[in-house]
Design a protein around this ligand. Structure first.
Ligand code: C2E
Ligand code: CA
Ligand code: CA
Length: 579
């Protein structure tokens, strides 16, 4: 009796435990977003559990043969894998898994199965879990997309382009043909972006990218590197995929405007650099680099052009890169000196003043011409600290001379556009002349006319402000740029410097004489003082004097010279030292 009660209690306890387990499993099943399929091979039964309706709402599975109904639910190419998954395990020892895609709702489903075996190794029970992985799969596809394509334009991105181009280069090497890279860059894109806003800029990049994508084919890769930079790789260019053909098409397209969704119409120009394997470079990255370098050359030569690779361009670029590096160091350690070139009144050869010209001896002791390093300094921004140093050093020296010699002379300084554009520029100049007690009327700032292009309003306003403080403004290299005499009349300037190129040929060439005389005539009428530059001979001097040029600067009367030599000159010219 006791024993029977004990057994009943035990059974009750076991039942309770079982129903608790059952509850727990049911709860897990019911709250799961997955679906399960359970098969028992011993008694040939199947059951569906949990979220079955989400995956297969129309498929009712009651017995083994119903399983075949599932085939119609998946995309065709997943029918066989699904069949394997459902049935194969009967004989396979290992559990299987796979990914299938449902036909109707295009859901990605991961299927995973687990099997129980008896002692003889026969499968007895099996569970297949169906899990919705669409979100993950789509994200994954997106990641794959981002890895290869540029999201903005849909073109190849830089990395993938480099990989594909490497294949072109390899093929060209094996087959003895060529692979060409066209580096395409929209001119003045930054200005456009700044003035129109990033959204409009992006839209332009997209539209131009879409246009370029038309060139894409088996042997042509079109990519977007970033911002306004595109790169096209061409295997064995010829016919429709020749550089010339593509460039002509681009040129034709950009003649008409790009119309943005805002209705705004944009006309653009592009600069293109072209480099070819194996002529320009032996590796893919070098090839792209070379195309980029010559693209910059096209920009420097005035933009809106195509430039083909040639060795001197690369050499110049490498030299400039070396100078650029050294320049940064030199500015840091102020490795510069000032030279001064005297300017004379034509009528009596008395001293008018001197132009300060910067000199740089690099760390190897080599003299580098300002004509070479100033443009580089302008590009990399070192002109700002360098320019400030030039202004202070020259004015300081000039102030010392003023103390020592009773000379009424002018100091001329060359100023770059970047310096003018700085907000602090005017205050900085005024601060320095005050510091050294130099009066504003003794200072003249030279500006080249190319500086005015593009920043006309801003710079002429600053010129006017400087003049209002009494500082003189001189137009340098007049006649070399885009100059037209008619625009001169509105300019806030005091002095016009006639470029050396006129002086060089004025004696020998009748046409140059006509122009030079017209410039001087017009300048006089407008009330400007004239200074002729680069006067090397007495003949030139006499000619310029005879046509009314006010002042003369050049090797004939004096080369640029260091501070000490100028002091000797001041002593002679200005009747000795002050007491
Ligand atoms: P620039 O302002 O036109 O200066 C005149 C250049 O002509 C100077 O060259 C001068 O040495 C040279 N020169 C003067 N007379 C003669 C002559 O009779 N015959 C020949 N063949 N040349 C003559 P430099 O000193 O090499 O300067 C070149 C350019 O570099 C300058 O042209 C100027 O644009 C720029 N530069 C020089 N110093 C500075 C500076 O401190 N700041 C800025 N922003 N630019 C500077
Ligand atoms: Ca000058
Ligand atoms: Ca000049």
């Amino acid at each position: 009796m006791e024993e029977l009660r004990y057994k009943v209690d035990l059974l009750n306890a076991m039942n309770q435990r079982l129903s608790a387990d059952e509850k727990m499993y049911r709860l897990i099943c019911d709250t799961s977003s997955n679906a399960f399929l359970y098969a028992n091979f011993r008694n040939n039964t199947v059951r569906t559990l949990a979220n079955w309706c989400f995956f297969f709402p129309e498929v009712d599975i009651r017995e083994m043969k119903d399983l075949a109904k599932l085939y119609s639910q998946v995309e065709d190419k997943y029918v066989l894998p699904l069949r394997d998954l459902l049935f194969l395990e009967k004989t396979e020892l290992n559990a299987g898994s796979g990914i299938i895609r449902l036909k109707d709702n295009r859901t990605w489903v991961e299927c995973e199965s687990a099997i129980l075996y008896d002692e003889e190794g026969h499968a007895t029970d099996k569970v297949i879990r169906f899990k919705d992985i669409s979100k993950f799969k789509n994200q994954n596809d997106e990641l794959t997309y981002i890895a290869y394509y540029d999201v903005l334009t849909g073109l190849y991105n830089r990395n993938y382009f480099v990989r594909l181009l490497a294949d072109f280069v390899r093929r060209a090497e094996n087959e003895g043909t060529i692979t060409t890279v066209m580096f395409v860059d929209i001119d003045d894109f930054r200005k456009l972006n700044d003035s129109l806003g990033i959204v409009a800029g992006d839209e332009l990049v997209q539209q131009f990218g879409r246009f370029l994508s038309d060139f894409q084919e088996e042997n042509v890769l079109v990519s977007h590197f970033n911002a306004d930079i595109y790169c096209i790789g061409i295997y064995a260019p010829e016919g429709d995929r020749s550089v010339r053909h593509i460039y002509e098409k681009i040129h034709e397209r950009i003649k008409s405007p790009f119309v943005l969704t805002t209705g705004q119409e944009l006309i653009i120009s592009v600069s293109v650099g072209v480099a070819e394997y194996p002529e320009a470079a032996k590796t893919t990255l070098e090839l792209i680099n070379c195309a980029e370098i010559v693209m910059f050359k096209a920009k420097n030569l005035g933009k809106n052009a195509i430039q083909y690779f040639d060795a001197p361009i690369l050499k110049e670029f490498l030299q400039n890169a070396t100078i650029e590096n050294k320049l940064k160091e030199a500015v840091f350690s102020q490795n510069f000196t000032m030279n001064f070139q005297p300017q004379y009144h034509a009528k009596d050869k008395s001293l008018r003043g001197m132009e300060a010209l910067v000199r740089w001896r690099d760390s190897d002791g080599k003299m580098i011409s300002p004509a070479v390093f100033i443009p580089i300094a302008e590009k990399n921004g070192t002109i700002v600290p360098l320019g400030t140093w030039v202004i202070e050093e020259s004015i300081k020296t000039f102030a010392e001379w003023k103390k020592k010699y009773a000379c009424d002379v002018i100091l001329s300084l060359n100023i770059s556009a970047i310096q003018y554009m700085r907000e602090e520029f005017i205050d900085e100049v005024l601060g320095i002349i005050e510091k050294y007690s130099v009066s504003a009327s003794e200072l003249e700032l030279e500006i080249t006319e190319s500086v005015l292009i593009g920043n006309f309003k801003e710079i002429t306003e600053k010129m006017s402000t400087l003049r209002a403080h009494g500082i003189r403004i001189s137009m340098d290299d007049f006649g070399t740029g885009y100059s037209s005499l008619s625009y001169l009349k509105g300019l806030p300037i005091d002095t016009l410097k006639i470029d050396k190129s006129f002086v060089d040929t004025s004696v020998s060439d009748e046409n140059t004489r006509v122009i030079t005389e017209s410039i001087i005539f017009m300048a006089k009428r407008l009330g400007f003082e004239t200074v002729a530059e680069g006067v090397e001979t007495n003949e030139q001097f006499e000619y310029l004097k005879s046509i009314g040029c006010d002042c003369i600067q050049g090797y004939f009367l004096g080369k640029p010279m260091p501070k000490s030599e100028i002091e000797g000159l001041l002593e002679r010219q200005c009747g000795g030292r002050k007491q």
